[in-house]
Write a protein that binds this ligand. Structure first.
Ligand code: GLU
Length: 446
């Protein structure tokens, strides 16, 4: 690491003890920025990196609610408002038992750079709760969301902070959150949340955007190799919103996704994952990947030990969660012919796995570039809300596609400019950082 950056990292580790995922996210960015601070000492002089690593505001609150057996339950709620140099804080809410401050900070930190890469006026933030929605009734989910918003509403607003979904928070939860916000404030302030339903202020393509965007990005990567998705064998991890729409878009572009997964294991479907069936099981029945295998009969089996990355493929799309693809799995993927990896999830690839890919010259697209389509479409939802408009599916998808191809272009150009051609990690980090850093400098010490 560049000598001007090491103290920044050391300070992050000592001031944020135990928050390993946050340290990892910071390290990944700092590792790329040596050539930038070398070329532009003004960033170091103005302590831009130290300022970016310290959230502008961190809110932690109690979320009390009553479950179906009349027991009082207490969860912890978070909102980390990381940086607002480019626009209102923007980023999702994650409801998962693993959520603690370190997870929210890693996600919020990444979000600053991801949002900058979209070129749209949105700052970075993230939130969530250690609430586990799994196995909870509809009524419990609603009461939890209402209690969560009863505190969160004070901190958000269309010009201040605009949450959306993430793991465990989809259209249903956004509905209950928005309903409670509307009730408390007596304002139909559509732009306060994104990921809303189409009849109450949502945008076409928002549901599909993260998965579709990742695949548009992969399509651009393949173009630089004079290839396309047509006929490619693809493996996707996860089976949530990002995975489902990544699979759908791969199939639209002529590839075949042969495997996907959830925390109970993975399924291999050589005929190509049946997306309509997967949607029905996951979104309507709220079932598991084993139910998919059962519905497909003898052709498909549910593998409960091992890893989805043991399935041979040419393109790998990790779309599940952080640190789900390690060094061993990266080595297996390469041995079996994988040449392109794009992160649909946030930080799914461990640092040593990224190193393995880069040593083998595998094209590796980091999440902050490859999965930026979700938040970019959230910004399009905000635009429609602000102008009281509703765009068609085709128009919105076209905007998304242009944004993703633009992000790819910026990554490539920046990587070239800083002497690391083809390195998407460097391209994404440097391009995003200079964009935010210039705004932070312009706004003064605030
Ligand atoms: N949670 C998504 C992400 O990781 C989307 C955030 C948003 O739409 O604000 O980027």
């Amino acid at each position: 690491m560049h000598p001007a950056l090491q103290p920044v990292y050391d300070e992050v580790v000592s001031r944020n003890a135990g928050e390993e995922e946050f340290h990892q996210a910071v390290l990944e960015v700092l590792d790329s920025l040596g050539p930038v601070v070398q070329k532009h000492p003004q960033y170091t002089d103005a302590a831009i990196l130290r300022r970016l690593c310290e959230p502008e505001r961190q809110i932690i609150f109690r979320v009390p609610w009553v479950d179906d057996t009349n027991q009082v339950q207490i969860n912890r709620g978070f909102r980390v408002e990381f940086n607002s140099a480019l626009g209102p804080y923007k980023g999702g809410l994650r409801f998962h038992p693993s959520v603690y401050l370190g997870i929210v900070k890693f996600l919020g930190f990444e979000q600053i750079f991801k949002n900058a890469l979209t070129g749209l006026p949105i700052g970075g933030g993230k939130g969530g709760s250690d609430f586990d929605p799994k196995g909870r009734s509809e009524g419990e989910i609603m009461r939890f969301c209402q209690s969560f918003m009863t505190e969160l509403y004070r901190h958000i607003g269309e010009y201040t902070d605009v949450p959306a979904g993430d793991i465990g928070v989809g259209g249903r939860e956004i509905g209950y959150l928005f309903g409670q916000y509307k009730r408390i404030t007596n304002r139909y302030e559509s732009g306060v949340l994104t990921g809303k339903g189409l009849s109450w202020g949502g945008s076409q393509v928002r549901t599909e955007a993260t998965g579709y965007g990742t695949v548009f990005f992969v399509d651009e990567v393949l173009k630089t190799m004079n290839q396309s998705l047509d006929g490619k064998r693809v493996v996707v991890s996860g089976s949530g919103n990002v995975a489902i729409y990544a699979i759908e878009k791969v199939h639209q572009l002529g590839g075949v996704v042969v495997a996907c997964s959830d925390s109970s294991g993975y399924v291999v479907d050589e005929a190509g994952i049946d997306v309509a069936l997967l949607k029905e099981i996951k979104d309507v029945q709220r079932g598991r990947i084993g139910d998919y295998a059962e519905a497909r009969g003898a052709k498909v089996h549910h593998v409960t030990d091992g890893s989805v990355w043991d399935v041979p493929c040419e393109v790998a799309l990790p779309c599940a969660t952080q640190n789900e693809l390690d060094e061993r799995e990266a080595t297996t993927l390469i041995k079996q012919g994988c040449r392109v990896v794009a992160e649909g999830a946030n930080m799914p690839t461990t640092p040593s796995a990224i190193q393995v890919f880069s040593d083998a010259d595998v094209r590796f697209a980091p999440g902050k570039a490859a999965n930026a389509g979700g938040v970019a479409t959230s910004a399009l939802e905000m635009q429609q809300n602000a102008s009281r408009d509703f765009w068609t599916f085709d128009h919105t998808e076209e905007r998304l596609e242009v944004i993703m191809r633009g992000i790819h272009q910026r990554c490539i150009e920046t990587a070239d400019e800083y002497g690391t051609p083809g390195n998407y990690v460097a391209g994404a980090n440097i391009s995003a950082f200079t964009h935010v850093a210039d705004a932070v400098l312009a706004l003064g010490v605030i």
